[in-house]
Design a protein around this ligand. Structure first.
Ligand code: SF4
Length: 230
């Protein structure tokens, strides 16, 4: 598996749990607002054996692991890494956009929680993923897998007004409601961090929270919206 970097301790990636963060290299999407754009290419990072990743990632004063990227599920040996991390007895969290349900399904036995990035509703998905075909059916399949599992499902969406509208966010909430989801849905602002490509930054505007607050007026029963402005 290609590994871009490993951060020994993070206090912000999993709520209330200090974790070691493992960034896998490569992604099958090309989101304009990607904060880790330099690791989108499939050849990014370094090829590492599962055992070497585990040795490099364990032994820190943490209570868990967060596996992010890039898109971790493009790596067919991800379940092997998760199995090894889970055997430590610590919390295992995965960040994914859900486009590879066949791999995600094999990961489920070794996961405690998943941050699930819902990029957009079906109709506007390609505007953000910039893939050759719309992966919406795979996204839905992945959400169904998670919702029928014991794994904590934490949906979230990155908002910038030039790519999404409040109505898009409302549509996503209706999809979640239709799938039987109950719980917290996080909407976070796009941040023009150092990892975003300058060519993309030129077209993206950091949103003001007032641009999205209206979605709180019409939230389906059982869903709590949390606006996370960073
Ligand atoms: S899915 Fe995530 S890692 Fe991949 S391009 Fe989009 S924001 Fe970046």
């Amino acid at each position: 598996m290609r590994i871009a970097s490993i951060i020994d301790i993070s206090l912000v990636d999993v709520p209330g749990i200090p974790v070691t963060v493992i960034f896998t290299g490569g992604c099958n999407f090309d989101c304009p607002y990607c904060q880790n754009a330099e690791i989108i290419p499939r050849i990014s990072g370094t090829e590492m054996a599962i055992q070497d990743i585990v040795e490099r990632s364990t032994g820190n004063l943490v209570d868990g692991f967060c596996i992010t990227g890039g898109e971790p599920t493009i790596h067919g040996d991800l379940p092997d890494l998760l199995r090894a991390l889970k055997s430590t007895g610590l919390h295992v969290n995965l960040n994914t956009q859900g486009s590879v349900p066949s791999v995600l399904e094999k990961c489920l036995p070794f996961l405690d929680s998943v941050w699930f990035d819902i990029k957009a509703p079906s109709e506007t998905y390609l505007r953000i993923s910039r893939t050759s075909t719309n992966p919406w059916n795979q996204i839905v399949e992945s959400m169904k897998l998670l919702l029928s599992s014991e794994v904590a499902f934490w949906p979230r969406t990155t908002f910038t007004r030039s790519l999404l509208s409040p109505s898009d966010i409302s549509t996503i909430m209706l999809v979640l409601e239709g799938m039987g989801f109950q719980g917290e849905y996080v909407i976070q602002n796009y941040v023009a961090s150092a990892g975003v490509r300058p060519s993309e930054k030129a077209h993206l505007k950091v949103p003001d929270i007032s641009e999205i607050e209206s979605v709180k007026d019409n939230v389906p029963a059982g869903i709590d919206v949390r606006l996370e402005w960073r």
